[in-house]
Design a protein around this ligand. Structure first.
Ligand code: NAD
Length: 255
């Protein structure tokens, strides 16, 4: 499949992260215009934007903090003006704090929920409001986590934020279905990238432990997550909404 999303615009938060870049690349391969947002300065995006040049879409990078709803709204309106109406939005930005229930501070707790849950809400609310305004069908994909359905020691704020994403996905799916806006979630297990890769760097044994724990005995590549995201946005999907695709190699079957 090629040029599936020619003349369509997708917006992604946390798009300079490992999974974010893989998602951007998959959409670029399908001809989409792409608005990438992340915390990092513009200079950090230059090389990646150059890598997208062989593809045919319009690409932009904006430094935007998803916890700032005013900045998020501006990003979405600016994208609409320069790259076209957004018909697909991917809520991908997230962080993880390694602090257990006994030690996590109020600030750490609030920050993580603010980024992972509220930030995802601000981005998807602002983008879907514009879809409704323009009366166009659309797609929302939340990047959740298997940590939403199984408690994982040492990351309570992350687990709670991703459990919130799961319910947000379902609430949004129900309300937006009459507008032909389909809302779904991908819940990966251990991905060999980004948040997990940084944890594994601090705890080298943990990577092999994770791999052994997964029933299929391998961790996920960022590109496989990206492939699922693109599938959820496929124009032939007209019925799947409010769903969570759990892609964790069977990890959740153990709990
Ligand atoms: N890596 C894994 O094992 C794994 C597993 C399951 C789910 N996920 C999910 O995948 C998504 C991507 O994670 P990743 O592993 O690629 O990590 P990553 O750190 O590489 O990417 C996350 C990106 O979000 C950005 N970000 C953080 N706070 C932000 C904010 N306030 N505003 C805007 N951008 C912000 C970061 O700068 C970063 O580029 C996350 O939602 C994560 O929860 C990851």
């Amino acid at each position: 499949m090629d040029n599936l999303f020619k003349d369509k615009t997708v917006l992604i938060s946390g798009g300079l992260g490992d999974i974010g870049r893989a998602i951007v690349t998959r959409f670029a391969q399908q001809g989409a215009n792409i608005a990438i947002g992340d915390l990092l300065p513009e200079s950090e995006a230059a090389t990646f934007l150059k890598e997208l040049q062989p593809y045919k879409g319009l690409y932009s990078y904006t430094t935007v903090d998803v916890t700032d709803d005013t900045a998020v709204n501006k990003w979405i309106i600016d994208t609409e003006t320069t790259q076209g109406i957004i018909s697909m939005v991917i809520a991908n930005a997230a962080m993880v704090t390694l602090a257990d229930v006994k030690s996590i501070t109020a600030q750490q707790w609030s920050k993580e929920l603010q980024v992972n849950l509220n930030g995802a809400f601000y981005v998807t609310q602002a983008a879907t409001r514009r879809m409704v305004h323009h009366k166009i069908p659309g797609r929302v994909v939340f990047i959740g986590s298997w940590a939403a359905h199984a408690p994982h020691p040492g990351i309570p704020a992350y687990c709670v934020s991703k459990a919130g994403i799961r319910m947000l996905c379902r609430c949004m799916a129900l309300e937006l279905a009459p507008y032909q806006i389909l809302v779904n979630e991908i819940a990966p297990g251990y991905v060999a990238a980004g948040l997990s890769a940084r944890v594994w760097k601090q705890q080298p044994d943990a990577a092999e432990e994770a791999r052994q724990k997964v029933p299929v005995k391998k961790v996920i590549s960022p590109d496989e997550v990206a492939w699922q995201v693109v599938n959820l946005c496929h124009p032939e999907n007209s019925q799947m909404t409010g769903s969570t695709i759990v892609m964790d190699g069977g990890l959740s079957l153990l709990s």
